[in-house]
Design a protein around this ligand. Structure first.
Ligand code: CAA
Ligand code: NAI
Length: 256
């Protein structure tokens, strides 16, 4: 049941990649804390499923599922137009969780795999952040928080992931730059850097590689999407009102 006096009561949140994994867990936690949530995903069926779960939690607010391809400017523009049309306001919380992997060794990495990962993970974060921030300013939203889901891999690097690691390091640098530009509008921008989290994204990792990683994680286990979502909640809420430009690791101690 959503709390009537939750940490996010009355706030409007947009979560990309909300149809699965970390994004879906973020939608649940934000809705639990009283936010109205727009679940946006390339997979519209998955987005609707998340919305249905949110509706089942209950609470005062109606949630919304919308399709988007974050790597395409016009798709992102339509998303923001649709949200403003429906709610008469820009979201004051944006979580950029849409992301993909196309893993391969450097010497076998083709150009399409490089471009696909850059376009969704890095360009997609730029497009959504830019469109949402412009709408926040137009609608004079008094305080806003943008949270980008980067990855510990952007710091450590990883065998088989030169494209993904570069995209996530880019998201960190993007986050720090944007935080400096938007602070004067009372828009905060932070990133969360998850380690290995049990979601569909890691299901394709070969078991022997998963075992190698587990051995390196001080907690000795992979994280749960909910454990990432609670840190996103902190960054979305006023509990972090003086925090911007930060990149918080949620990795069970797996570090550089
Ligand atoms: N770390 C350490 N060793 C790795 C590795 C990794 N990430 N990936 C592959 N290797 C090793 C394998 O263990 C294997 O070692 P042995 O020869 O000793 O058995 C060797 O490299 C060759 O691997 P494959 O036989 O699997 O080679 P392949 O050509 O069939 O596949 C690959 C290559 C696509 C890179 C595949 O190995 C793979 O998917 N690796 C996992 C990459 C990975 O770690 N992805 C993380 C996804 S989760 C995520 O990205 C979320 C996040 O932010 C953490
Ligand atoms: P997931 O694969 O479960 O979910 C990703 C979601 O993004 C899917 O619903 C997918 O449809 C959506 N998506 C993909 N491309 C899209 C696009 N172009 N436009 C809109 N939506 C799109 O993955 P997971 O694990 O939930 O990952 C979420 C984020 O967390 C990603 O950015 C990922 O890189 C990051 N991350 C994940 C970690 C993990 O171990 N699972 C660790 C560190 C970071």
């Amino acid at each position: 049941m959503a709390s009537p006096i939750g940490l996010l009561s009355g706030r409007l949140a947009l979560v990309t990649g909300g149809g699965s994994g970390i994004g879906r867990a973020v939608c649940h936690v934000l809705a639990r804390e009283g936010a109205r949530v727009v679940v946006a995903d390339l997979n519209s069926i998955a987005a609707e499923e998340t919305k249905k779960h949110l509706d089942d939690i209950g609470g005062r607010y109606e949630h919304l599922a919308l399709p988007v391809d974050v790597s395409v400017g016009r798709s992102v523009q339509s998303l923001i137009v649709d949200i403003r049309g429906k709610f008469n306001a820009a979201p004051s919380i944006v979580v950029n969780s849409a992301g993909i992997t196309r893993d391969n060794f450097l010497l076998k990495m083709d150009e399409n795999s490089w471009n696909a990962v850059m376009n969704v993970n890095l360009k997609g974060t730029f497009l959504v952040t830019q469109a949402a921030a412009a709408a926040m300013l137009d609608d004079k939203v008094p305080k806003s928080s943008i949270i980008n889901i980067a990855s510990i891999i952007g710091k450590t690097g990883n065998v088989g992931q030169c494209n993904y690691a570069a995209s996530k390091a880019g998201v960190e640098a993007f986050t720090r730059s944007v935080s400096k530009e938007l602070a004067k509008y009372n828009i905060r921008c932070n990133a969360v850097l998850p380690g290995f989290i049990e979601t569909p994204m890691v299901q394709s990792v070969p078991d022997k590689v998963k075992e190698k990683f587990k051995a390196l994680i001080p907690f000795g286990r992979m994280g749960l999407p909910e454990e990432v979502a609670e840190v996103v909640l902190f960054l979305a809420s006023d509990r972090s009102s003086y925090v911007t430009g930060n990149c918080i690791e949620v990795s069970g101690g797996l570090a550089t």
